[in-house]
Design a binder for this molecule. Structure first.
Ligand code: 2AM
Ligand code: CA
Length: 258
């Protein structure tokens, strides 16, 4: 199996394991505080994904949320995998829906493919570089909405985006007043896929990690969208960052100057 086939196979298995887990009780622990939670399933699924990738591609770099990176020094011919076993852990715990498994694969700064599985809906978003973006077998396209008053903005949390003090707070409050509406889903990966699917037009996050956005960004760009930091620069691959995802690169200045 090639890398994409491995990813497609293991994301399906991870989804089945997580759907099974929804029928059981599981323990919840705090990481950095009461709004930063982890379950045994986050670790169990990441361990499964790492093991499968490692046995097929032993030289590949693996960067995931729950464990330190493997094979940090990249060898020729190897690729880097970005894994989030559960993106939207709070939703997994409280709603038992609106969470995803996210697998992105990159060759240096070149995207190879991204897969984001909406576990509870059993919907797979995926893209191979240059091959378009897909929701299962259906091609995905961003929306064609351009006027501020017709845009739907999605963001993972009210608190970090609008209530916490940060350098973009005033600007984002202004933006929220101008757009058609604001939605909070609680999963960076699924929300970027909402923009890719044309069901939202803009996405902002004040904090996002490589495993949160490195799969979905490939899907968004293949669907015709664009992604930046909130400063308007390129989104980094290997460090935490703010995120601004758009249905069209041309909207960037309208949003940054709102
Ligand atoms: P997680 O569920 O994998 O933690 C809403 O909380 C969204 O922001 C989710 O995608 C969540 O990912 C992500 N998130 C939560 N805390 C974060 C943090 N400290 N840094 C980056 N992303 C975070
Ligand atoms: Ca996670």
């Amino acid at each position: 199996m090639n890398r994409f086939e491995v990813a497609n196979n293991i994301i399906g298995k991870a989804g089945a394991m997580l759907r099974e887990s929804l029928l059981q009780e599981f323990s919840v622990r705090q990481k950095s505080g009461p709004q930063d939670l982890v379950t045994d399933w986050d670790q169990r699924i990441e361990t499964f994904l790492r093991k499968e990738i490692h046995s097929a591609f032993p030289n590949d770099v693996i960067v995931g949320e729950e464990y330190p990176p493997e094979n940090n020094d990249r060898k020729d011919g190897s690729a880097a995998w970005y894994l989030d076993p559960i993106d939207g852990t709070t939703n997994f715990i409280s709603q038992r829906r609106n969470f995803a498994v996210s697998i992105g694969c990159w060759d240096g700064s070149q995207p190879l493919f991204g897969l984001v599985l909406d576990v509870e809906r059993q919907v797979l978003y995926w893209a191979k570089s240059g091959g378009g973006a897909w929701q299962d077998q259906t091609p995905l396209h961003v929306s064609s909405r351009r006027q501020m008053e017709e845009l739907l903005l999605t963001t993972p949390g009210v608190q970090p985006t609008f209530l916490d003090e940060h350098p973009f707070q005033k600007q984002l409050l202004q933006l929220a007043r101008k757009v058609r509406g604001v939605r909070c889903l609680g999963s960076v990966a699924l929300e970027i896929c909402e923009v890719a699917a044309g069901r939202a037009d803009l996405f902002v996050a004040m904090r996002s990690s490589p495993w949160d956005h490195n799969a979905a960004r490939i899907i968004l760009e293949e669907a015709g969208g664009a992604i930046f930091t909130m400063e308007g620069g390129p989104l980094p691959l290997d460090r935490n960052s703010t995120v601004l995802a758009l249905n069209c690169a041309g909207l960037k200045w309208a949003v940054l100057n709102s």
